[in-house]
Design a protein. Structure first.
Length: 147
């Protein structure tokens, strides 16, 4: 399910410590990777590199008062995969706040790449059209919460 096999898609990896095995697996699968070690650097990298997707650690220190995945969702429409070891409630909250998937970390690289390709295909063929990136937003909710 590759969107365009002739064009390498860029994935931003945001982790406090680089995950060389994951980067290597993504590169073998045809992805270009860029990295950031914190949310603030990650936001700058999104504006500079214009990645096709973001994979991040769930334990990133917050830049500002909002979790990084919420800041990404507020500024652009990119696939977001969060990796961590959160319980069911934390996973549900992260997904409700805008992440597309929450997978165990370390992730099975085969599953991670399959989910990434699936998300990229869905995002590029959805009615949202081409992605656009705007300046980071303030504390505005991205999705209505039930209740």
């Amino acid at each position: 399910m590759v969107v365009n096999p002739d064009v390498s898609q860029t994935v931003l990896l945001v982790f406090p410590e680089p995950d060389e095995e994951m980067m290597s697996a993504l590169r073998r699968a045809g992805f270009h990777t860029v990295t950031a070690d914190c949310g603030e650097t990650g936001l700058r990298e999104i504006c500079q590199s214009r990645p096709d997707a973001v994979i991040l650690a769930d334990d990133l220190p917050h830049s500002g008062e909002r979790p990084f995945h919420k800041q990404v969702r507020d500024m652009c429409h990119l696939p977001i995969i969060v990796l961590g070891d959160g319980d069911a409630m934390e996973r549900a909250t992260v997904i409700d706040d805008g992440a597309d998937f929450y997978l165990d970390h370390p992730a099975n690289h085969t599953e991670l790449i399959a989910r990434l390709r699936s998300l990229l295909w869905r995002y590029h063929t959805s009615s949202f059209g081409p992605r656009s990136i705007s300046a980071p937003a303030t504390d505005t909710p991205t999705r209505a919460r039930p209740g």
